[in-house]
Design a protein around this ligand. Structure first.
Ligand SMILES: C[S@@+](CC[C@H](N)C(=O)[O-])C[C@H]1O[C@@H](n2cnc3c(N)ncnc32)[C@H](O)[C@@H]1O
Length: 214
């Protein structure tokens, strides 16, 4: 079996194991994204993960592990790097409109290329520091993976967030210390253990909200 066929087979079986139904178009978009990531990573150093098989688990499937907790509508991905988790989520969830933010021009150029190649109409990207951005409509749902502490994630993005916003923070180790340092008035409303095939370490999703008064 050639390498591309092997990657396709591993992705198909990983999605199946996670009970994610992908159409043939979605599957081919995920594979095209993977191919672009492999190609651009050589020159642009987008991710420390170099092995294409590892990219399937640590990037594509890890991003998709939060699918059950993402609500339809808009989602702002903060510090998205190579487009993670925003690009896999935009591919798999057409009822989601993703705004992807990163301060690094090489990374946002890569994301523009992915958007154009895959014709991802529900995905937009901006090169900006999150704390410098002003949105005309504030975001109800923000996500980050490997971006910042919980405290910094909330503090840097407060001006972007609607009153009833949910901050989805993807974490490896359970961030006990970070939870103790949440900005005043913010609570962790939900915690979910995330399951990714072949990945042994525990992964967590914490959903943070601003506590309503009264
Ligand atoms: C460790 S990478 C994580 C990338 C991606 N979320 C992932 O999981 O692979 C963190 C990213 O945050 C970006 N970043 C750091 N500070 C930022 C800020 N204040 N605003 C926007 N992006 C920022 C960096 O350029 C980098 O691409």
């Amino acid at each position: 079996m050639n390498t591309d066929a092997k990657l396709e087979q591993l992705l198909r079986s990983g999605l199946k194991e996670m009970q994610i139904d992908a159409s043939e178009l979605q599957l081919s978009q995920l594979l095209s994204y993977l191919q672009l990531l492999i190609k651009w990573n050589k020159a642009y150093n987008l991710t420390a993960v170099r092995d294409p098989i590892e990219m399937i688990y640590r990037h594509l499937l890890d991003s998709l592990s939060i699918l059950p907790y993402v609500q339809a509508g808009e989602l702002t991905d903060v510090g998205s790097g190579a487009g993670l988790p925003g690009i896999p989520l935009a591919i798999m969830k057409p009822d989601l409109q993703v705004l992807s933010l990163d301060s690094n021009g090489k990374k946002t150029r890569f994301q523009f290329q992915v958007k154009a190649t895959l014709n991802l109409t529900n995905f937009d990207v901006q090169q900006v520091r999150a704390e410098a951005l002003q949105l005309s409509t504030r975001s109800k749902q923000l996500v980050s993976r490997a971006f910042a502490s919980l405290k910094d994630f909330v503090n840097l993005t407060k001006p972007l967030a609607a009153k009833d916003a949910r901050w989805l923070a993807m974490k490896g180790l359970y961030p006990e210390d970070e939870l103790a340092e949440l900005p005043e008035g913010y609570i962790c409303e939900q915690e979910h253990l995330l399951q990714v095939p072949r990945e042994e370490g525990q992964r967590h999703l914490l959903v943070l909200v601003k506590q309503m008064k009264g």
